[in-house]
Write a protein that binds this ligand. Structure first.
Ligand code: SAH
Ligand code: SF4
Ligand code: F3S
Length: 458
C-alpha cells in the first residue's frame, strides 16, 4: 500500500491520556499528526485500529495504572485478531521504554514526549515489522519544528505549549529525566498557533510548560527581541483579536519575576488566577527538596501579586511526607496554607521515584503518617476552597461557556477564577462569554443566573 492509499482509508484512533496538561496538549497534537494518515477518533479502544496510551510517571500509582491498562488492551488486541496497534507515549515511555516492551510484548510502539512527531514513520515501520519500536531521543526543538502548524480544536478554551522540560531538579521529581532540558518555543511559532486558535473561535488560551514562567522565547522578528519573558508574551497574545482570556501553568516561585507580576495588574486578559506550587511550608524541607526558595520568599511573591491584582485566586501543589518531614515541618505547611488562603490546591503523599535523589534519602516517612497528614491538609484546603467559592455569591462574573450542562436547558462554563459554573441558558451561548450572577456555591462548583452575553475582544 502506498502513502496515498493509506491516507484514504479511515482508521480508528483512541488516545488515553494520563498526567498533566502537557500530556493533554500532546495527545491533541498526536491527533493532528495522525489526521493526514486517515486516523479519526473513535469512542473506545475496542473499536480502534491504533490505541495510544499517553502516560504519566510522576507518582508510583500513575505508573501502575499504565501496566494494568496495557493488560486490558492486550486482550482487546487478541480479540481484534491482532489488527490493533498499541503505542505507549509520554513519561513512562521515556523512563521505562525497554522495560515496557519486555513486560508487555503486545506493545507495538514506545515513544517519549519529544518523539511523537515521528509517529507516522514508526507506525509504518511497525506494520512492516522492521526497525526500532522505541523512540526516546530528546530533540524538543525538532519536535516543535515538525508539528503541523494547523490545529483542530474543539471548544472555546485551548492549551498552547510554550515551554518544555525542566532544569530545576527538585529532589523528588522525575520530570527533568522524562521531559529533558528546559526549552522555549520561538515567539513567532507561538503567535502563529495562537492566531490559528483565535480563528477557530478560541477565546481562552492556557499557556503550558513544566516551568512556564522560565519561558524565554526567541523573538527576533518582533519588537522587543531577541528574548521574551512570559509577561511580554502574555501581553502580546492579549492583543490578538478574539482572545480575551489568558492563563499559564505551571509556574515556579523562583521564576516569578516582577514583569510577570506586573502583567497581572496591567493586562485585563490575564485571568485572576495563579497556580504557584510551593510543596511545603518548612524551609528545612524546601531546602532538602532543592526548591531554591524559602516560605518567606513565597509569601513575599504572593503579597506582590495581591497588591497588583487584589482578589486573585491562588492555587498550589503540596507534598506531605517528604523524607525527614517532622510534625513541626508539617505544621509549617499547615501554617503557610492558613496564612495564604488558597482557592484550590492539589496535595499528594510523597512517592519514592526510582532514580531521584530523595528516593535514597534517610528518614522515609511511614505510610500511615503520610495518610494522616494528607487528610489534615486536605480538610483545611477543602474548607478554604468552599469558603472561596461561597465568596462569589452575589457577584456578577464573566463565564466562558464551554458546553451543555447535565440538566436540560443548562449550560456550563468557567469563571475567571477557574471555578466550574452551571446555569440555565440557551445552547448558543457555548463558545461565548456570558455575564452570570452567582447565586449558589459548593466545594466544586457555582450556580447562577444568566444576565447577558458579551462580545469577543476585538
Ligand atoms: N513543575 C511543577 C510541577 C510538576 S509535577 C512545579 O515545579 O511545581 C506536579 C506536582 O506533582 C508537583 O507540583 C508535586 O506536588 C507533585 N509531585 C511531583 N513529584 C512527586 C512525588 N515524587 N511524589 C508526590 N508528588 C509529587
Ligand atoms: Fe519537577 Fe521541580 Fe521541575 Fe517542577 S520544578 S517539574 S517539581 S523538578
Ligand atoms: Fe506526568 Fe510527565 Fe506530566 S510525569 S505530570 S505527564 S510531565
Amino acid at each position: 500500500m502506498n502513502s496515498t492509499d493509506t491516507a484514504k482509508t479511515p482508521k480508528g484512533l483512541f488516545i488515553r491520556t494520563y498526567g498533566c496538561q502537557m500530556n493533554v496538549y500532546d495527545s491533541e497534537r498526536m491527533r493532528d499528526v495522525l489526521r493526514p494518515l486517515g486516523y479519526a477518533p473513535v469512542d473506545g479502544p475496542e473499536h480502534a485500529d491504533l490505541v495510544v496510551v499517553n502516560t504519566c510517571h510522576i507518582r508510583e500509582k500513575a505508573t501502575e495504572k499504565v501496566y494494568s491498562e496495557l493488560g486490558q488492551l492486550k486482550k482487546m488486541k487478541e480479540a481484534s485478531g491482532g489488527r490493533m496497534t498499541i503505542a505507549v507515549a509520554g513519561c513512562v515511555a521515556q523512563a521505562e521504554g525497554e522495560e515496557l516492551i519486555r513486560r508487555q510484548p503486545a506493545v507495538d510502539l514506545v515513544l517519549g514526549p519529544q518523539a511523537y512527531h515521528k509517529l507516522p514513520e514508526m507506525i509504518a515501520r511497525a506494520s512492516r515489522a522492521v526497525g526500532d519500536r522505541l523512540e526516546t531521543e530528546f530533540d524538543t526543538q525538532e519536535k516543535f519544528d515538525a508539528l503541523p502548524k494547523a490545529r483542530d480544536v474543539d471548544g472555546p478554551a485551548a492549551f498552547l505549549s510554550v515551554q518544555e522540560g525542566c532544569d530545576k531538579f527538585c529532589t523528588f521529581c522525575v520530570v527533568p529525566y522524562t521531559r529533558g532540558a528546559e526549552l522555549s518555543r520561538s515567539v513567532d511559532d507561538i503567535i502563529v498557533e495562537a492566531r490559528s486558535l483565535a480563528a477557530q473561535g478560541v477565546r481562552e488560551i492556557s499557556l503550558l510548560g513544566q516551568n512556564v514562567n522560565a519561558f524565554h522565547g526567541a523573538a527576533p522578528a518582533i519588537e522587543g527581541g531577541p528574548d521574551w519573558t512570559l509577561g511580554q508574551l502574555c501581553r502580546h497574545i492579549a492583543k490578538i483579536g478574539g482572545i480575551d482570556r489568558i492563563r499559564y501553568t505551571t509556574s515556579h516561585p523562583r521564576d516569578m519575576d516582577d514583569d510577570l507580576i506586573a502583567a497581572h495588574g496591567d493586562t485585563p486578559a490575564m485571568m485572576p488566577f495563579l497556580h504557584l506550587p510551593v510543596q511545603s511550608g518548612s524551609d528545612r524541607i524546601l531546602k532538602a527538596m532543592n526548591r531554591g526558595h524559602t516560605a518567606a520568599e513565597f509569601h513575599e511573591i504572593i503579597a506582590k501579586v495581591r497588591t497588583v491584582r487584589p482578589g486573585i485566586a491562588l492555587a498550589s501543589d503540596f507534598i506531605v511526607g517528604f523524607p525527614g518531614e517532622t510534625d513541626e515541618d508539617f505544621e509549617a505547611t499547615m501554617e503557610l496554607v492558613r496564612k495564604t488562603g488558597f482557592a484550590i490546591a492539589y496535595s499528594f503523599k510523597y512517592s519514592q521515584r526510582p532514580g531521584t535523589p530523595a528516593a535514597e534519602m534517610f528518614g522515609q516517612v511511614p505510610e500511615d503518617v503520610k495518610d494522616a497528614r494528607l487528610q489534615a491538609l486536605q480538610a483545611l484546603l477543602r474548607d478554604q476552597q468552599t469558603a472561596f467559592n461561597a465568596e462569589q455569591i452575589g457577584q456578577t462574573l464573566d463565564i466562558l461557556v464551554t458546553g451543555r450542562g447535565r440538566m436540560p436547558g443548562q449550560v456550563h462554563g468557567r469563571s475567571p477564577y477557574m471555578q466550574a459554573v452551571h446555569f440555565d441558558g440557551p445552547a448558543d451561548l457555548i463558545g461565548q462569554v456570558a455575564s452570570v450572577r452567582i447565586s449558589g456555591s459548593s466545594l466544586n462548583s457555582l450556580t447562577g443566573e444568566f444576565i447577558t452575553a458579551r462580545e469577543a475582544a476585538a
